[in-house]
Design a protein around this ligand. Sequence first.
Ligand code: DHB
Ligand code: MG
Length: 628
Amino acid sequence: MKTSIATVSISGSLPEKLDAIQKAGFDGIEIFEQDFIAHDGSPREVGNMIRDMGLDITLFQPFRDFESLPEPLRAKAFDRAERKFDLMQELGTDLVLICSSCHPEAIGGIDRAAADFHELGERAAKRGLRVGYEALAWGKHVNDHRDAWEIVRRADHENVGLIVDSFHTLSRKLDPNSIRSVPGDKIFFVQLADAPLIDMDLLYWSRHFRNMPGEGDLDVTGFMQAVMATGYSGPISLEIFNDQFRGGSPTTIAKDGHRSLIALMDDVRRTEPTVTVDMPAMPPRIGVNGVSFVEFASRGAEAEQLEAMLQTLGFEKAGNHIAKNLALWTQGDVRIVVNRETEGYASSAYTMHGTTVCDIGLSVDNAAATVARAMALGANTFNQPVGPGELDIPAIRGLSGSVMHFIDEESGLSNVWSVEFTSDENVGTGAGLRSIDHLAQTMSYDEMLSWSLFYTSLFSMGKSPMFDVVDPDGLVRSQALETKDGSFRITLNGAETHRTMAGNFLADSFGASVQHIALATDDIFATRDAMAECGFKPLPMSDNYYADLAARFTLSDEKLAKLKAGSILYDEDANGAFYQFYSQPYAGGMFFEIVQRKGGYAGYGAPNAPFRIAAQKRLMRPKGMPKA
Ligand SMILES: O=C(O)c1ccc(O)c(O)c1
Ligand SMILES: [Mg+2]
């Protein structure tokens, strides 16, 4: 499989783009003419620079407003094409993309366009070049790949073929299965892009909001299944116009792009078994059974504060590591490790971020398969020397350089707690916390697509729609990723300004990390009472909040009084009800949340988020002080 990406998809100067593209593992590039013109170097030099990096030029594009013009515009269009053919020969590429005309004077007519393409095919053939025709979703006369194909078919020239682009087909809700009837050798090139479903002008949507396959809402897999079913064997190329990517890190965007293509083509071969994809085998998406542990890196007074907080939540110390300075705290199926090591990975994480979640352990069916899929998708592995008597648990790098370990039963890794830790037999049931409901990771808004792709390409997880959380000082975007059965849930919270609670945390902790851990109970009121006995102090909510609850829902006076007395928040959806309360912030803005889901409630209490954030800010900002 030959992978490719349009230079327009990556930020930076042309050499910076090429460097990132090459390092991410692509085989080739579509050279976007604007990137070439903006560069100061002859076409021959540019071509050599690209080839010296081991990259092919898979396509030169775009050539606009060619077909169906009246004279003298028609002759001028052919002259323009000859000049670009000269340029292509200097660059060293044989294929040009011609996008359907938007010229105000284009006359239209399938036979007229076909005749133009036949003549262009003759001229291209003289130079050993090929011409591909792409229907832009907003083309004046041609805006459907089926019409573009009909023109190519009637042009009837060996050097003229069709170019399909998932965005143009899917944005117009055209059935991609119509591509199946095109002969594979007449499809000269395939461009892929996803996009979030937003109802807006097609051109604006295309030029600003495209994203990597899997990052948006379009059925790029279905599109690519149809393309591969034709027998197409050319490059598979990304063409992503995205405002965020234009200003993003070239390396990250290029890596994400490559990851998205690998995951996509693996999906294609699984869903369209008659096609062969020339790519090494990899395990399917990994099912996650739950969060096995969360590990904090901490030290001194902050570690004491964290452990005191855990005690008020009903956690009990269950043991110490046999060799390292790690304390294990448990309650129900929840395990929290406090790591006070002064060497090694956790220590570096502490130095970098202060007290932070440095490691997440996920329970999976097969830890080795998980790492194998992660590696195939370009994840970085993590290795730390294994001490005597310790298990070698497979791991990769997760968010912001944190670590993610994978624990399974099959290979005995789930025995780590009895093998590596001393155990205290007397651990009780605590305050009734059962498991981790979700982990909330805070990051900058620009990182959200990257991390949602990381999780959804590696694990069997779906995305819920993104929603905006109103913080008194700005917006925070939130997106939940979850397994079908809810065994593993993550929320990504993207901050756009440092003045929001999330943005402030991001600035203080020098990078993205887990900001809160939500713990599940089956009886919120009993848990709340048991925690009160342990000295737990909740995040106080305003009276206004409870007055509004009474207006929005049908709650008995008694229930409302209990919610208010416990500072418990409430929500309902079509399936059930949701109860939640929060701890006060600790160690620079982290906190815990306690939740109970009733009757299949599927959300995260989004309507409550603005009021929870305002309450947290009241606590963190001295009374009567205006904001900084
Ligand atoms: O937005 C455009 O003009 C444009 C140009 C070339 C393409 O291949 C494309 O998909 C869009
Ligand atoms: Mg295109």
